[in-house]
Design a protein around this ligand. Sequence first.
Ligand code: CA
Length: 405
Amino acid sequence: MAQMRVSRTAGLAAIALLLAGGAASAAECGKTGAGFPTWLAAFRQEAAAQGISRQTIATALDGLAYAPDVVGADRGQGVFSQSFYQFADRMVASYRIQKGRQLIQSHAAIFDRIEQQFGVPAPVITAFWALETDFGANMGDKPTIRSVATLAYDCRRPEMFRTQLLSALKIIDRGDLTVQTMRGPWAGELGQFQFLPDHYLNYGVDFDGDGRVDLLRSDADALASAANYIRALGWTPGQPWLEEVVVPANLPWDQADLAIKIPRAQWARWGVRRAGGAPLPADNAGASLLLPMGRTGPAFLVYPNFDIYTQWNQSLVYATSAAYLAARIDGAGAFKRTPNIPVLSMKEVADLQRLLNARGHHVGGVDGKLGAATRAAVKEEQIRLGLPADSYPTPELLARLRGGA
Ligand code: CA
C-alpha cells in the first residue's frame, strides 16, 4: 500500500499502520494545482519517448485534472499503530478463516495449478487475499491515473509515482485494463492483492488464458500473480513459514530476534515445544523465535519463508498477522492468549524513541511506530539494565529510562 518503499507497498489494512503522512504540506513544497497542466504536458512527452502509444496517452491524459482530494488523503493520513493482538483480532476474524477455506475449495483447480507452477500453497496466497481486500470485496474505486498522476506531480514522492504512472499507462497499452476499469484506492494500488502498477506490469500473470492480465476481475489472474510475486520474493516450496510454540520461562530471551536463526534442535534443547506440547523435531532447520507481544505473549517459530512476509509489508504486525492467518487457514489452532499484556501508546513509543536516541541508539525518526530499529534498541537497553531482553518495550522499561537509568 502506501508504504513508500521502492519495492512493494502492500495492503489496505496496512495503510493505517504504515503511512507516516503529514510530513510535508502542499504549502511547504509550494505546489498547487496551478502548475499541473504544464507538468502534464512535459510528462506526455516522456511517456511518448518511453514508447507508450499516442492513443493511450490521449485516452488517459487528455483533460486530466489535478486531484486535490488525493493530495488531501496523502497528507491527512494520521499515524497510528496497533499491537499484534489488536490487529490480529480485527484481521484474523473467524469469518475470514472460514471464507478463506471455502474459497480454497471452490477454487481448488486454480490453486492446484498455481502450486504446481509457482510452489506457493493456497493458504499463503489466500491470507494475503483476505488482508489486502477481503477477498476482492474492497479494492477501492478511484480512477487510478488521476490519483497517480497527481502524486507524480506532487512534491512528496514524485519519482516513485512517476514510475507508477508510466507503468499504469503501459498496463493500459498492453490491453489489460482501460482508463475506465483501472480503479483503486487513492494511492494507486490495483486489484485483489493491491499491486502497485509496476508490480502489476512485472509480476502480473494471465492465468485464465484470455490474453489479458486482469488483477481486478479475474480470480485466476489475481491469485497466480500473487503467487508469482511471492515466489519472486524468495518463497521456498514445501517449507514452513510460521508455527506457534510454547516457550519455557527461562529461555535466553535475547535469542528471540528475527535477525537470529537457530537450528530447531537448539530451540528444542532450550525447552521450546510445539503448540500442543509435542517436541520439536531435533533437526537443523533454521528458525527465529518471534514474540510479537513480548515473552509473556504468544510465541512463534518463523522459518526462512517468513522473510517474504516482511518484504510484502515491512510492518511486523502486518507480517505476523498475515503469516498467522495463513497458518490458521491451513488448519492451525488459535494462539494461546495471555490477557492484560501492557501496550505502550504511540505517544509513549515516541517518548521511548527520544530516550533511546538520546542514549546513542539510532532508531530513526521519532514516529511512535514500533519498528525493527526501535525493537533492536529496546533489546540493548534491556540487556544493559538486566531486564529480560525480549525486545518488547514495557512500561517498566520506559519508566526506568525516563528516570535516567
Ligand atoms: Ca486473464
